[in-house]
Design a protein. Structure first.
Length: 268
């Protein structure tokens, strides 16, 4: 399902491996310096974005601040576009990469991951105006799906749902608006990031198709071999999940719980 995505990641991997990796800043130095460099996506509401005062806000910002407080250090936020997340770790420009970094085998050849921070659920967001109990039910003539230009899911839909029409816009808010106004029937995307925007259309009866297409797990990216930092971050994430802080912060920023919660065990 992710052939084009895997190819892009593989190409990125070749490019990164061609350059020598810089030595990562170990936990001891981070604690000694009193600061940790956290890479965040600068254009990803409600994960991380600028507020009206020019400061950062969003889920990643609040969780990153909690991590820094538990480490006893300050945060240096480093704007890191999606394609820069792995290269910035390899070149030691950041200590942690956030920005909904999905764990997969190609990235794991280049960087290490913590245990999961949150999930991403590829699913169908629709309304009571259209029937369907699985994503396959929507793959038929007469169905229009809303999505955003440049999203990898556009290619996935074209390959796996060839019978639908696509209506493309430039933002999450506009995507949800298309469905709310009846100009599209549903959205096939990482639906967690869209749920908060449905509140802008309270007159619409929204529903998420129960069976997801797949569930991905997003974690913190760490430079390979930085084991002490990874171990401490895993313990911190266990505490934040166990305390309910991760889910509460998600609901605060996205207006709804994660569709699939990260399971937490004593060996998390």
């Amino acid at each position: 399902m992710k052939i084009w995505l895997a190819a892009g990641i593989a190409a990125l991997g070749l490019a990164v491996m061609a350059a020598p990796a810089a030595e990562a800043k170990p936990l001891e130095q981070i604690l000694s310096d009193g600061s940790i460099r956290i890479g965040i996506n600068p254009n990803f509401p409600n994960m991380s974005t600028r507020n009206s005062d020019g400061g950062w806000e969003g889920f990643d910002i609040e969780i990153g601040q909690m991590i820094a407080e538990k480490l006893g250090v300050e945060v240096e936020w480093v704007p890191t576009e999606t394609a820069q997340r792995v290269p910035f770790l390899v070149s030691d420009r950041i200590d942690i990469s956030m920005g909904a970094l999905t764990r997969n085998s190609e990235r794991a050849k280049l960087i290490d991951f913590t245990t999961p921070l949150h999930t991403e659920v590829l699913a169908v967001l629709a309304t009571d105006k259209i029937e369907g109990d699985s994503w396959e039910d929507f793959n038929k003539e007469g169905v229009t799906l809303a999505n955003m230009r440049g999203n990898w899911t556009v290619g996935w839909i074209e390959e796996n749902m060839p019978n639908v029409e696509l209506e493309l816009v430039d933002s999450i808010a506009d995507t949800v608006r298309l469905v709310a106004q009846g100009r599209a029937d549903a959205i096939v995307e990482n639906i967690d990031f869209f749920m908060g925007f449905t509140e802008n259309h309270a007159d619409v009866t929204w529903r998420v198709v129960e069976d997801p297409i797949f569930v991905a797990y997003c974690a913190l990216g760490i430079s390979q071999g930085n084991d002490d930092l990874t171990e401490v971050l895993n313990i911190i994430l266990y505490d934040l999940h166990s305390e309910g802080a991760v889910m509460a912060t998600w609901e605060k920023n996205y207006g709804a719980p994660m569709l699939r919660e990260v399971p937490v065990t004593p060996w998390f």
